[in-house]
Design a protein around this ligand. Structure first.
Ligand SMILES: [Ca+2]
Length: 208
């Protein structure tokens, strides 16, 4: 049998690694315009969740301290309360440590509240099952009690990475907020429950 020269073996190995690494993130989109596709990065336990994503000083990173939803699959398992605190679902799957709505094919809303009022810079939604069917993210003006939309998009099917972080950059909000409302539309893609493990609100006390 003819042996492959040593330097050619390395070339083939490196080529395969480059090719396979390019296949690790497969996002199947559905009728989505490129500028609407949210940034997505894979999670590495709590390491990424506590990462200081902004270089400026005075940035507050906080997890939800209370939550309510228009429906829950059960309680305490899969209740809205499961979206409080840091991510704790053990991975990607149908775990009771995340919020799930009562039905698997409905449009539902989850409201999460945070300890500190901030001018929001970013909202990170940790999804542990059937990402990403979030269609709207809003922040509440506590004085007027109105909600302002910071993301509106179609549901998309995301196979990898899972769990999935939906990162929502927020600009131009001129009021302090500690309340985020998230809408999932599970009626379109037939994927089933889009479960939310945790939500992080990042912001500052001073207006940008
Ligand atoms: Ca959780």
């Amino acid at each position: 049998m003819k042996r492959i020269p040593h330097h050619l073996s390395w070339y083939i190995l490196v080529t395969m690694v480059v090719f396979l690494s390019g296949c690790s993130a497969v996002i199947v989109e559905d009728n989505l315009q490129p500028e609407q596709i949210p940034a997505a990065i894979s999670r590495a336990g709590d390491e990424l969740a506590t990462e200081k994503r902004f270089l400026q000083t005075g940035v507050i990173y906080q997890w939800a301290v209370s939550a309510e939803a228009n429906s829950e699959f059960s309680s305490p398992e899969w209740s809205a309360e499961q979206a409080v605190g840091k991510p704790d679902s053990p991975g990607c799957g149908d775990y009771q440590f995340s919020w799930a709505s009562a039905a698997s094919d409905s449009i539902d809303t989850l409201i999460v509240r945070f300890p500190e009022l901030v001018y929001p810079l970013e909202i990170i939604i940790h999804e542990s099952f059937n990402s990403d069917q979030v269609t709207k993210v809003e922040v509440q003006d506590p004085e007027r009690l109105g909600y302002y939309t910071v993301l509106q998009k179609n549901p998309i099917r995301v196979d990898r990475p899972c769990p999935y972080e939906l990162i929502v950059p927020v600009e131009g909000i001129g009021f302090l907020t500690n309340t985020v409302r998230i809408t999932v539309d599970q009626s379109q893609l037939g994927l089933g429950w889009n479960e939310i493990d945790a939500v992080q609100l990042i912001g500052t006390k001073g207006e940008e």
